[in-house]
Ligand binder design. Structure first.
Ligand code: FAD
Length: 339
């Protein structure tokens, strides 16, 4: 009872990365709370799915396997989660801030009157003192996320209702295996008892998956450009540098809005979260909404004409200069030194 639950998303038999990242975070929260970590996988042909999740420290895997449950549709997944949560009464329930999580999370929280904090960037356990009502709360989930357009970082708590629900975007949390030998239990859900016939009024007739060729999330080196790059044509300099040093091209939102780069390359609060070994920020000022997506980079080089640009505070190396002059020199140097 009162464990930590993670909803696992599944696509073609594979548990989504965001779910594995949440299991890693869920394990840490469960350790802090001295309770168990449970997960629920809903779909079809899920035999052996527990092998994918248990190494992340899962104590119990709930499996709802039925051909009507894959691909995802809102109603049956909601019914299963709501009923299971009513029975098991988790204290915390986490899911990915993906198109599925954004659809499912509010439905479940609304049915359970639990509340939900979307797009958290950090989750930790802490206490709270309600001075007005002279009440003390122990071991709450601090649901931390940027608020008011990113101008503040808010810590949101839910002292009274359960579960404390939160969604987290892919790439925000780290994914770490506890042990390949970690052993938990598998509980098969009797689907008929959890769904209603009317949950299946919607049928998915055809699906088309667009697979992106851009993979900045897992890139070891990112050359990211901002509004200061000046034009789409100037972005070619970044592409050239990225090719020479084996990296990917990223962008700030201002650069994406200006049409210099495609949205899938956007890094930050409303883009992708990255943590490469090397991040070269070209003509990026370093607003909080951007740095939220790259601040865990192992090494940052900032190239900016403004020596006081906020990005410089994150940088290990600052190059004060115009990218039109600096980048061709870097490309030349790298080409010469990698011959
Ligand atoms: P600017 O702030 O305009 O900075 C341009 C920089 O380029 C300046 O520092 C300038 O000195 C430098 N420069 C100019 N010319 C040159 C040159 N020739 N050579 C070198 N340097 C030069 N932003 C994101 O990036 N990602 C997000 O996910 C994101 N989400 C947001 C969500 C919300 C709700 C809001 C309100 C905003 C969000 N933003 C996001 C926007 C963010 O607030 C900033 O507006 C944006 O990051 C600025 O982009 P930039 O640094 O490229 O542009």
């Amino acid at each position: 009872m009162n464990n930590v639950f993670v909803y696992c998303e599944i696509e073609e038999g594979q548990v989504a990365d965001v779910s594995l990242e949440l299991l890693t975070k869920g394990r840490k929260l469960a350790d802090d709370l001295k309770c168990e970590l449970e997960t629920i996988v809903i779909g079809h042909e899920l035999k052996g799915v527990e092998k994918q999740v248990m190494p992340f420290g899962v104590d119990k895997v709930w499996v709802a396997d039925d051909k009507r449950l894959y691909p995802y549709t809102t109603l049956p997944h909601t019914s299963i989660l709501v009923k299971l949560f009513e029975e098991e009464k988790p204290q915390i329930a986490l899911m990915g801030a993906t198109s599925i999580g954004r659809d499912l999370g509010p439905r479940v929280s609304s049915a359970l009157h639990s509340g939900l904090t979307a797009d958290c960037t950090s989750l930790v356990i802490g206490d709270h003192e309600d001075k007005k009502n002279k009440k003390e709360y122990k071991d709450l989930l601090y649901q931390i996320r940027p608020a008011f357009g990113g101008n503040i970082v808010a810590t949101i708590i839910n002292p009274d209702c359960r579960p404390q629900m939160a969604t987290v975007r892919e790439g925000v949390m780290k994914k770490e295996i506890v042990s390949d030998a970690y052993k938990g239990k598998v509980k098969n859900i009797d689907v008929e008892k959890y769904v209603k016939p009317e949950d299946f009024v919607i049928k998915v007739i055809e699906r088309h998956m667009e697979k992106s060729k851009v993979n900045i999330k897992n890139a070891g080196i990112i050359v990211a450009g901002g509004y200061g790059v000046g034009s789409k044509a100037n972005f070619n300099l970044l592409t050239e540098l990225a090719e020479v040093i084996g990296g990917e091209v990223g962008a700030s939102r201002a650069a994406v809005d200006a049409g210099f780069a495609s949205h899938e390359r956007q890094i930050g609060q409303t883009g992708v979260t990255v943590r490469p070994k090397l991040y070269i920020a070209c003509g990026i000022s370093g607003q909080i909404q951007h740095t939220a997506g790259m601040e865990e980079s192992a090494m940052v080089i900032a190239i900016n004409t403004d020596k006081n640009a906020p990005i410089n505070a994150f940088a290990d190396y600052v190059i004060t200069g115009d990218i039109a002059e600096v980048l061709p020199k870097m490309i030349k140097q790298y080409k010469e030194n990698t011959k």
